[in-house]
Design a protein around this ligand. Structure first.
Ligand SMILES: Nc1ncnc2c1ncn2[C@@H]1O[C@H](COP(=O)(O)OP(=O)(O)OP(=O)(O)O)[C@@H](O)[C@H]1O
Length: 348
């Protein structure tokens, strides 16, 4: 089932939560909506679900207008961050719920329900918990049951709103790998909301980066990370150093390093990721001179803070090996050379 979002706008009073959005979700795709808090991710998900009515635009499911179709008829499954399982029901009954409340005509027989629920519990690898109550489960187990419950009614589309948001980092990482594998087996068109860039880049087929009710970029994880369309995307998808510079005759100059910039621009901001900077003790006229003011160990990497001429702090990230070779220490003078950079300019 493909989904098409066409010119969707949603306002709450004077506030524009979604500003004329267009988006296509391919059939069988796992798509992430990524962006900072308040950018409209949840609102977009709710509009797709039919839980929120847009002020303008259309939602098409498999090419057919579903804008006025009731949420119950849209055949979507949901998993939310704090998805309340029914507390007084066992895990088995929670997963069976969607099947049991069907009208008599389409309700499966008791034996079919039993078979189906056990198959789903096996799929989320929790069949052994069938008789427990939600309060007797861990947070991660609860979310897997919530997913099994959403899948029980065979939705055409699966919508997940920060499904692992409330869990600790380790469980979160396990669950997202598990979700990816599950999706590879089932191929249900899925849209999930996250504000965690690592989660989006690791799990999704494509990532939609949102900001202030608009889409900044849509692309594969590689596309959005390697060729960010806007400064916002660049900054949102990882740490970055910014160097501001004026442009002279088509060059932006930072320290001694020159970056090509369109001639008609007046000013440029040069974006460089911390791991894309080389470090040397040898003076070099085409490098940026600075002093190391801090050396921090961050697990497998080492982060150096280097103060440059104008007082700005530049962050440089090294592997432990490179730190062992270089033995960089605080108070040393060093010369920085960006290996990669992206230049965004303002017109004159
Ligand atoms: N029912 C509502 N009434 C008024 N304003 C709302 C309503 N729902 C959402 N908003 C506003 O719309 C904006 C977008 O909200 P939304 O929940 O879509 O953001 P989000 O990107 O999912 O953020 P988060 O990651 O914090 O959940 C926010 O500024 C929010 O305050």
């Amino acid at each position: 089932m493909s989904i098409e979002v066409k010119n969707i706008a949603k306002r709450f009073g004077a506030f524009t939560a979604l500003d004329n959005l267009n988006l296509e979700v391919n059939s069988g795709e796992l798509l992430a909506l990524l962006g900072p808090s308040g950018c409209g991710k949840t609102t977009l998900l709710r509009v797709i679900a039919g839980l929120e009515t847009p002020d303008q635009g259309q939602i098409l499911f498999h090419g057919e207008d579903a804008t006025d179709t009731h949420v119950r008829e849209r055949q979507v499954g949901f998993v939310f961050q704090h998805y309340a399982l029914f507390r007084h029901m066992t895990v088995f009954e929670n997963v069976a719920f969607g099947l049991r409340v069907r009208p008599k005509k389409t309700r499966p027989s008791e034996s079919v329900i039993k078979e189906k629920v056990h198959a789903l519990l096996n799929m989320v690898q929790l069949d052994w918990l069938a008789d427990r109550f939600p309060a007797q489960l861990s947070g991660g187990q609860r979310q897997r049951i919530a997913l099994a419950r959403a899948l029980a009614v065979e939705p055409k589309v699966l919508l997940l709103d920060e499904p692992f948001g409330a869990l600790d980092t380790k469980v979160r990482k396990e669950l997202r790998r598990w979700l990816r594998r599950l999706h590879d087996e089932m191929h249900i068109t899925s849209v999930f909301v996250t504000h965690d860039q690592e989660e989006a880049l690791e799990v999704a087929d494509r990532v939609v980066v949102m900001n202030k009710g608009q889409i900044e970029q849509i692309g594969t994880p590689e596309q959005v990370y390697d060729t960010p369309a806007t400064p916002f995307v660049y900054q949102f998808l990882g740490d970055v150093n910014l160097f501001h510079s004026r442009v002279h005759e088509g060059w932006a100059e930072v320290g001694g390093t020159r970056f090509a910039a369109p001639e008609n621009s007046a000013a440029a901001t040069v974006y460089v990721r911390p791991h894309e900077i080389d470090l040397s003790r040898l003076a070099n006229s085409s490098a940026i001179e600075g002093k190391i003011i801090h050396v921090r160990l961050l697990g497998a990497t080492v982060r150096l803070e280097v103060e440059v001429a104008n007082g700005d702090i530049v962050e440089v990230e090294l592997t432990r090996e490179r730190q062992q070779e270089g033995q960089w220490k605080t108070d040393e003078t060093v010369f920085l050379t960006p290996r990669e950079a992206r230049v965004y300019t303002q017109p004159a």
